[in-house]
Write a protein of this length. Structure first.
Length: 493
């Protein structure tokens, strides 16, 4: 006997319960609209989820790496305040780089940097900066890639020292193959001049309101980790009767006449067909293309193969040690050190670790299927602890245990041609009248939480107003600073 597939229907189907999808859900719920959410993982929050590990009576928590919240949009602060009700703290940012066995403050502290690098290297940096000014300002050398962007603002020696190496570690390709868009999103507004101005303002005790986003020195953080925002949204929506189906993912997205008609999903209850009038999705764009039925034109299927993502392997180490560093996170730009970045979660919020204990979250940049990606937990731990011991951070006698996590599709790779491929793919997707593709994976965009939240909100607003707003416009504004005010219960220094 043939088994009939279960069919259900909803007005708006949201695929993906990360910040973007859940922001859309919240806004639709506030307007009393009908929708349901499907999420392939067993937890909500996407890359901004918080893990909880129980060791006997002790609870250790960690985000997927450091997640400070920042935005220039006051509405986002109010949106989150409405969900968290003052379960935020304001944290004084401390970040450093560890290079050649020495710490360097970030943003750069010139006196400390000079002491660490010595006069010969300092002269070399100044000389190279002068050369860069002549090359890029006088002879107008064009900015063709990330390397050009950095060298034109910092000169070669300083650029290589603290930006080029780390960037190449993230992407696994040369900085000459990286699009300058990455610099605009990562270090926009930053230059030797802006660093000097910020330092001068500090010396004279004045606040630099227009400092670039990379220089802002306090941020907000939910007491129990960034995932608290998204778990709280899930609880709120479920209490209002909305359905969030976990462990559920689309197998086929059926369309006709430029409209998505239904989505066939695999779920813990078997296959379901969900009929819908609108779709909001944050599925990695190349994956979404392959779900469409009928298939997109061959040219689009071929182009999506050229979009590449970088993945990450993580190691979360719990320690019988009260504290390792005063920093929230430390960068390791040197390629000889396999660790990309280390975060000490208790320095975001003391509630992330039990009293008298701490933890380290280590990030390793990799490509799905490469040697680092394939390492077992034990192999990764051996590699990590060897370097942590050599750098003097901790030693294996203090380690309680460790947890191995991997995430695919973490960083969209902005190579030199990505914009052309992506533009053609987006033009194709834009033909679907009832499709909103949003978020970091959906738009192949290096979003932080703020821009993913805004994309979700704009998609929901489009559905509420019956107007298709331009999702691409989110985050493209010239002004790009961290700001906003929140009621916080306490401040953690
Ligand atoms: C190490 C690290 C550090 C970061 N630091 C910060 C920071 O300091 N501040 C900050 O604001 N942001 C930070 N971010 C970025 C932040 O995590 C992202 O901006 C945010 O999570 C993006 O939200 P999103 O909803 O767009 O995408 P995602 O978080 O990727 O969520 C997408 C969701 O869709 C689901 N999904 C995908 N495909 C399917 C499918 N086929 N079917 C069903 N579900 C699917 C996924 O499982 C996921 O839950 C950091 C990210 C990383 C990795």
């Amino acid at each position: 006997m043939m088994c009939r597939m279960k069919k259900i229907s909803t007005k708006t189907l949201i695929i993906g319960a990360g910040p973007a999808g859940l922001a859309a859900a919240m806004e639709l719920s506030k307007a009393g609209k009908d929708f349901m959410v499907i999420e392939r993982q067993s937890r909500v929050g996407g890359l901004a989820k918080t893990y909880e590990f129980k060791e006997g009576d002790l609870i250790f928590r960690t985000d997927t790496g450091p997640h400070r919240f920042f935005s220039k949009n006051q509405y986002l602060y109010e949106f989150i305040e409405d969900i968290l009700h003052e379960q935020w703290i304001q944290v004084k940012r401390q970040t450093r780089q560890f290079i050649g066995g020495k710490f360097y403050d970030y943003p750069v502290n010139a006196v400390q940097a000079l002491r660490n690098i010595g006069p010969v290297r300092a002269i070399r940096i100044l000389f190279d900066y002068g050369v860069a000014k002549i090359r890029y300002s006088v002879f107008k050398k064009p900015i063709r890639n990330f390397a050009d962007y950095v060298y034109s603002r910092f000169g070669k020696s300083l650029g290589d020292f603290n930006m080029i190496n780390y960037t190449e570690k993230i992407w696994g390709i040369s900085s000459e193959e990286i699009h300058e868009d990455w610099a605009s999103q990562r270090i926009k507004g930053l230059s030797i001049t802006s660093l000097a101005k910020d330092m001068a303002m500090k010396v004279f005790g004045r606040a630099n309101k227009n400092k670039p986003k990379s220089l802002v020195d306090t941020f907000y953080y939910p007491e129990l980790g960034t995932g608290l925002i998204y778990e709280s949204i899930k609880d709120r929506l479920e209490s209002e009767g909305y359905i969030i189906m976990l462990n559920t993912e689309p197998r086929k997205v059926l369309h006709r006449n430029n409209r998505i008609r239904s989505v066939i999903c695999t779920s813990p209850d078997g296959e379901i067909e969900i009929e819908c009038e609108q779709v909001i999705e944050s599925v990695p764009v190349k994956e979404f293309i392959n779900l469409l039925e009928p298939k997109p034109p061959a040219r689009i299927v071929e182009l999506q193969k050229k979009l590449r993502y970088r993945s990450q392997a993580y190691l979360f180490i719990t320690l019988n040690q009260e504290s390792v560093t005063p920093d929230q996170w430390i960068y390791f730009p040197e390629k000889e050190n396999p660790i990309g970045r280390l975060s000490e979660m208790r320095n975001f919020s003391h509630a992330m670790s039990p009293v008298g204990k701490t933890s380290l979250f280590l990030e390793f940049f990799c490509t799905e299927g490469d040697a680092t990606w394939n390492m077992t937990a034990d192999e990764l731990f051996e590699e990590a602890i060897t370097h942590l011991e050599a750098c003097g951070f901790t030693d294996r006698s203090k380690v309680r245990t460790y947890y191995h996590i991997r995430e695919k599709n973490v960083y969209p790779i902005y190579d030199l041609e990505y914009k052309d491929y992506l533009g053609t793919i987006k033009t194709y997707l834009d033909k679907f009248e009832n499709l909103y593709y949003i978020g970091r994976p959906g738009r192949f965009r290096y979003n932080n939480q703020d821009h993913s939240l805004e994309m979700g909100m704009l998609a929901a607003k489009g559905i509420i107003d019956g107007v298709k707003y331009d999702i691409e416009s989110v985050g493209s504004e010239k002004e790009y600073y961290e700001s906003g005010n929140l009621k916080t219960k306490q401040t953690q220094s």
